[in-house]
Design a protein around this ligand. Structure first.
Ligand code: UFG
Length: 328
């Protein structure tokens, strides 16, 4: 990159997807600062000297930092992500995800950066009538987590209208995998995501519960669109470059466009690890849609995005490398 690298603020850069994006940004020559309060993220995910330990709701400290650092753009990951928890504690989700984002947008309006890439979610669509899901499908979240992301998407529209801050909202499907060397991966506490839980079952011998085998899908288990975290991270960089080049605010799904059932994931884990996955079939989990698959052509066409690791076995292989390092 040029002599004068772009300065990017990454909120939530100590988390799963944020830390992968920081890794790619640095590899591609960007100058990066991470703001993370470490309530969910991990210090060991951030290269030395890049972390500012701060909660976004601390507006004065955030504005001060942003005034000093003079960022060109922001990538905003910091948020709580657990759907089930959001149904029990909505105030925490609106407090952290919405109020934190508002504080960030206020600081942007005051201190200068005019571009933001935002971590949104397929949960904004709720229970869509059909799959694959296009970006113009109705926005009807069915939990406070999804609603908190919709509220931020709405604020972004108005901050563009009024303050000319342009934004790309990336609506993620099922982020999964780890960096190809298995150094950075999922370390959620508690873990609720399928692939790390299936790998844990292989390692501990404790069976994983499969939530329902009576859906109208080929093998009765739910279908999801698993997107490799590296491909997801790369989508952020393409979105950033698009905005810096003058692109208009927009929203994009990030998924491969191919769905896999839970049983296909179990089989992929057996192939990769060479071990049987212990599992039991349980009842359906409340709020699970039978199938969530992205229509991903908008991202491919507009931003030139192309997944490098679309194959499920590769995703599982990288997640397995990470799991075997045994950090958690
Ligand atoms: N599953 C099991 N057993 C488990 C865990 C998951 O059978 O122990 C199944 C689920 O029922 C689902 C699939 O595995 O069919 C994937 O479940 P995850 O919990 O890994 O992911 P979700 O699809 O529920 O949720 C993901 C993100 C959310 C986001 C949502 C958007 O984690 O943050 O996609 O669709 F909101």
């Amino acid at each position: 990159m040029s002599v004068n690298p772009r300065k990017i603020l990454v909120t939530g850069g100590a988390g799963y997807i944020g830390s992968q994006t920081v890794r790619l940004l640095l590899a591609q020559g960007y100058d990066v600062a991470v703001v993370d309060d470490l309530s969910k993220g991990h210090r060991h995910n951030v290269p030395a000297g890049k972390l500012y330990e701060l909660n976004l709701c601390n507006g004065s400290a955030l504005s001060e930092l942003m005034r000093q650092m003079r960022f060109d753009a922001v990538i905003h990951f910091a948020a709580f992500i657990a759907v089930g928890e959001s149904m029990r504690e909505p105030a925490r989700y609106f407090g952290n995800n919405v109020v934190g984002s508002l504080s960030l947008l206020k600081a942007m309006a005051e201190t200068g950066p005019r571009h933001i890439v935002f971590s949104s979610t397929a949960a904004v669509y709720g229970e869509p009538p059909e799959s694959p899901i296009r970006e113009d499908f109705p926005i009807r979240p069915v939990n406070p987590y999804g609603e908190s992301k919709v509220m931020v998407e709405t604020m972004l529209r108005w901050f563009d209208e009024i303050h000319h801050i342009t934004s790309v909202c990336l609506r993620y499907f099922n982020a999964s995998g780890a960096d190809p060397e298995g150094r950075l991966g999922e370390e959620h506490e508690p873990e609720t995501h399928l692939i790390p839980l299936v790998l844990r079952a292989v390692m501990t011998g404790e069976p994983i519960t499969i939530f329902g085998q009576d859906y109208e899908t080929p093998d009765g288990t739910c279908i999801r669109d698993y997107i490799h975290v590296d491909d997801l991270a790369q989508a952020h960089i393409l979105a950033l470059e698009y905005l810096i080049a003058g692109g208009e605010s927009d929203q994009f799904n990030v998924g491969t466009g191919t769905g896999h059932t839970v049983m296909e994931v179990v089989r992929a884990v057996e192939e990769v690890t060479g071990k049987k996955v212990p599992y039991v079939i349980g009842p359906r989990r409340a709020g699970d849609s039978p199938a969530l698959v992205a229509a991903s052509n908008k991202l491919r066409t507009a931003l030139g995005w192309k997944p490098q690791y679309a194959d499920l076995r590769t995703i599982v292989d990288h997640a397995w490398k990470f799991a075997r390092r045994g950090r958690r």
